[in-house]
Write a protein that binds this ligand. Structure first.
Ligand SMILES: Cc1cc2nc3c(=O)[nH]c(=O)nc-3n(C[C@H](O)[C@H](O)[C@H](O)COP(=O)(O)OP(=O)(O)OC[C@H]3O[C@@H](n4cnc5c(N)ncnc54)[C@H](O)[C@@H]3O)c2cc1C
Length: 468
């Protein structure tokens, strides 16, 4: 029998497996995906958010605990557990040394990287390289890894883990870490969570999944049915507006459209529906998926003119392009006269001051609803560009309730030997909203805690090099 069973194959699972192994436990990791698709959503990531009191290797300036906490408080509108959030924040300042020991390299942020040089440490080679480094380290340390092995159910007794069931086997272990993501890849569950709108549409039918297809939420559902304590709302998720031409799964980061704050966004009726310049794009990009999901047909169109290129990271697919607004409307399938009317109204309302995309500048609209608060410049310089947008789900927030030991709870009681990490519990810290890079901070912190606790529950705690 293995000491620790880790279910999942992304960042949280790997952090748990490595930490448990470092503590002397024998570890088996079960990954639903085949080897070539291993790593879940973590393989798509680029960075993690880190607290630091002064310049630290790849991080410039400082990002103190209180500022990180206030950022989290603001984006979640209070739907966060302060003790758990502060645990993540503090761990984020020390975990990089541990990550390096397992082969992760960091790089200075590239220009155009969402202005996050101060707050976020970027992985050299992205999340794919991070995941590969962790797998290499896990193999070297003797973690046994089985691919193509989705766990279908668990055997529990009085809140304790007994065994996991796959299609072929019953696997027992002294303790277990659940780290198998949210339910974002499960289209039926998304459909149920988002329901039907007043127009009779099922908005989730038009969602694109930005990451893995393997996070079906099978064990999340199982645990809910088994009476585990739950946190979060099924319809809350990290949801970004992405290029409507992105694939249904695994489009990743390059399908994001980052020019929203430089122009306007209209819906299928060629009407604006939200303040595109409300705040810096890194603080706002994660609300636009939901905004587009609330529009008819769940589609939006990001419109810019020739002044915008150079101020944002270009998407992987070129946008529609025309010398005239009417020509652009035609390409995007919008009513040309209504579109021209919307752009002209916006142009007339622009009060252009000193345009500066790096600050909350004084370019804004007056007498227009919705207002554009910053970076408002007339769309008057051809060529004009347009990108069709769809809601892109990154990950869902519904999860299992934990304490500072990452223990799964039943009726308020922590389990002795069942722990959870990553997206499956991120909702404890992130009930709503998002701030870039915090997903990996949560997964790394709780992955390491869960691994340490699982090893301890199995009677192992020899060495503890863990990040947390
Ligand atoms: C395009 C994209 C970009 C992102 N960029 C960033 C970023 O730069 N910074 C950041 O902090 N966050 C980012 N995120 C969010 C980040 O990916 C997640 O917060 C984080 O990876 C969660 O890690 P995890 O280990 O919990 O889940 P995952 O990495 O998704 O791992 C879940 C694993 O569980 C496996 N699994 C699922 N069900 C089962 C089962 N029944 N049995 C066995 N295995 C199972 C899956 O195959 C997968 O390997 C991004 C997400 C996406 C999609």
């Amino acid at each position: 029998m293995f000491d620790v069973l880790v279910i999942g194959g992304g960042n949280a699972a790997l952090c748990a497996a490595l930490t448990a192994r470092e503590a002397g436990a024998s570890v088996l990791m079960l990954e639903a995906a085949p080897r070539e698709w291993r790593g879940g959503n973590s393989a798509h990531t680029r960075n993690l958010r880190c607290m630091h009191d002064g310049p630290q290797d790849v991080l410039v300036d400082s990002y103190p605990e209180e500022e990180f906490w206030q950022d989290l408080l603001r984006v979640t509108q209070g739907q966060t557990n302060e003790a758990l959030a502060r645990l993540v924040i503090r761990t984020s300042s020390t975990c990089r040394d541990w990550m390096r020991r397992h082969g992760v390299h960091f790089q200075p942020p590239l220009s155009g990287a969402l202005h996050v040089a101060r707050t976020n440490a970027f992985f050299m080679g992205g999340g794919k390289a991070l995941v590969n480094a962790y797998y290499r380290s896990a193999e070297k340390l003797g973690v046994e890894i089985r691919y193509n092995t989705p766990v279908e159910s668990l055997e529990l007794k009085d809140g304790r883990f007994i065994a996991a069931h796959t299609a072929e086997a019953r696997i027992t272990a002294r303790s277990c870490v659940l780290a198998c993501g949210g339910f974002e890849s499960n289209r039926d569950w998304l459909r149920e969570a988002w329901g039907q709108n007043a127009a009779g549409e099922w908005p989730a039918d038009n969602f694109l999944i930005r990451g893995t297809r393997f996070n079906q939420g099978v064990l999340l559902k199982f645990m809910m049915d088994a009476g585990a304590d739950i946190i979060g709302e099924p319809s809350q998720s990290h949801c970004v507006a992405i290029d409507a031409r992105a694939p249904r799964y695994d489009g990743g980061i390059c399908t994001r459209v980052d020019c929203v704050s430089l122009g306007i966004v209209v819906n299928r009726d060629a009407e604006r529906f939200y303040d595109e310049g409300e705040d810096f794009w890194p603080k706002r990009y994660a609300i636009w998926g939901r905004l587009v999901a609330q529009q008819p047909g769940q589609i939006g169109f990001s419109i810019i003119d020739a002044k915008a290129p150079g101020h944002f990271m270009p998407p992987v697919f070129p946008g529609a392009q025309s010398q005239t607004l009417a020509g652009l409307a035609q390409q995007l399938g919008l009513d040309a006269s209504r579109f021209e009317q919307t752009v002209n109204d916006y142009n007339r309302a622009c009060r252009t001051g000193n345009f500066n995309h790096a600050i909350l500048d004084d370019c804004h609209t007056e007498g227009l609803s919705p207002v554009k608060s910053h970076w408002a410049r007339p769309i008057d310089t051809p060529p004009f560009y347009g990108y069709a947008l769809r809601p892109g789900i990154t990950f869902t927030y519904l999860g299992l309730k934990v304490n500072e030991r990452a223990a799964v709870h039943f009726n308020g009681q922590p389990s002795d030997n069942l722990f959870v990490a990553g997206e499956m519990m991120a909702g404890n810290v992130l009930g709503k909203g998002y701030t870039a890079g915090v997903g990996m901070s949560i997964g790394t912190t709780f992955g390491c805690i869960a691994g340490r606790e699982a090893a301890q529950a199995a009677g192992k705690s020899e060495v503890n090099h863990a990040a947390a």
